[in-house]
Design a protein around this ligand. Sequence first.
Ligand code: GLA
Length: 381
Amino acid sequence: MENKVRDEFTARFKKVPKIFAAPGRVNLIGEHTDYNNGFVLPGAIDKKIYVAIAANGSNLMRLYACQYDQALTVDLQNLRPLPGWATYVAGMAQQIRERRLDIGGVDVVIGGDIPLGAGMSSSAALCSAFGLALDQLFELELSRLELARMGQQTEHEFAGVNCGIMDEFASLHGKKGQLIRLDCRNLEFEYVPFDYPDHAIVLVNTMVQHSLAATEYNTRRKQCEEGVSILKKRYPEIESLRDLSFSRLSLHKNELPPIIFRRCSFVVSENERVLRSCEYLRQHDLAAFGEMMLEAHAGLSELYEISCTESDFLVSLAKGFPGVKGARQMGGGFGGCTINLVERPALEEFLSHVRPAYESRFNKQPDIYMTAIGEGAERVE
Ligand code: GLA
């Protein structure tokens, strides 16, 4: 893929680019906890966005996106939200300018192999790859954490999604064979080894385009904040759902509107699940870990209500299938992929069970991806 963006760049701009790559992510457990200051357990994957780039001495960003076959010129003096992929590029440039850092015009070719709209964070990968590219090209000396924050701000201000920091953080801090246990309250993190050659992380794409921007994601965030503001009257010290245990939350069930209680109970128990899951991984107990994934799915579906018929169907196919340790809806929700932890010897049988069953129920074929936990964003030589 890096050769493809390099060749495309050379053909268009007649010079030699530098190339940067940033991965998408999987999240093993800890969904919708990041913007509640909670815990997540993502890892970077082996599918990436590639950015070929060179300075052009002007004030213009001349952009070409291979996956869309679209070319566009953006003036650095006039950065504003744009339709589609270009908004992430404009947004990152704007973030840099807001920090009063000096960048000039660039020629850019973007390509990649992260399936788009599948909940694997292609937009976070684009922000991370482009941010790192500008950082290195113009010697800005931004930290990876700062780049992650800038990606998150871009999502908020240029894409209208009030997301947490998990996706950008994972894309920038990934390590081969390691998950990242991130505490989203203080952004402290530790790597948790996830090196199980006898298991596969399988993503099954519902082929339902998740539309995060379409209000539901932001609504969930607001509902959590509403829960906090009601409970704060009792416990002034709490800042977020992270500061509550499930037993304390349950004491106040009747003071919360039922829908708010459901949302809060999911988040509070999901935080507890992430911590337990990390314990299980330390003990190499994948069976118990898989149980956590299944429990998480039940909560995502019934309490947080961000699953969909297709994801529920896929999880019910996986649940109890011999050799499948766990399965759940992954990412923002409303479609995208389910993540499945499958013993390798059972893989073939699992896939030949899922494919036809899904197709006959929904009349479409699910795309299936094998993922490996890989390195975070980097310059490609
Ligand atoms: C999307 C967001 C993340 C996170 C997940 C849900 O991927 O970008 O910040 O909230 O949804 O866990």
